[in-house]
Design a protein around this ligand. Sequence first.
Ligand code: GLN
Length: 305
Amino acid sequence: MRIDFEHILNKIHQKVTAIDDKGTVASYIPELAKINKHHFGIHLRTLDGNEYGVGDFDKPFSIQSISKVLALAQAASFVSNDILKRVDVEPSGHPFNQLALLEIENGIPRNPLINSGAIVIADILISNLKNPKEDFLNFVRDLADDDSINFNLDVANSEKITGFKNYAAANLLKSFNNLENSVDEVLDFYFHQCSIEMSCKQLTKAFYLFANKGHCLLNKARLNESIIKRINAIMLTCGFYDEAGEFAFEVGLPGKSGVGGGIVALLPDKFVITTWSPGLNKKGNSQLGMTALEQFTSKTKLSIF
Ligand code: GLN
């Protein structure tokens, strides 16, 4: 039976935007606190060649931790299995910026999607790229086939000024010899990576290869199929921090959230979907984005389970 995606997305948009409790916009990065929490957008791209957008699907926002998946993908293409010597692939069951486990586990982060793990991935990229920030940005632009994508320097700077916990994480990693480069250099890269702005539509396109066995939508950029399989597994088990179980339970897709309010999720061989609603729940994931995705997989009956 053909699914009427347009109708379903319109219905979800109508229902979800009517919800009063939109969560709380992240304020620990002061620049993000300025965002209006009434924004809401969804963009869906199916692998059979159709795309649908509702609401603010074309408006760029801060992708924040969604960038960790793209950084991991680029790092994996250089060092592959060696990454596992420096970062594990187990869910942490703790918030994204928690440090206790890192100390107990001798500076090996639980996974590459919590902050400490992403900081190790940033270190790997700096060691392997000629012009790290520029080369990473170009990698993202290539995946999305869109040269208009850029860093937001105000957001990067805002996070640098208030990023005490990330400095603590990087110093801890350094003390365990799990950073090759200086703390300042690694965090400068990390804050820039998180500050990239993209719309739901651009994110859907950039993540297309995760649903398409490593092949991009339009251009020749591609990643090894087994890397894609593994990164999808990491998104499913670790993409939502201490809410990864809840996301698998309610939505049933690999995905990744960011404190800018974006969520990208995908069903291999079928579709990629991105939602944006800046208000976060207590675990730091977009409150209405989670609700919208739960409704999407319930209404379409399309999930990995
Ligand atoms: N840049 C943010 C931080 O390091 C990313 C966190 C997130 O999106 N969960 O705190």
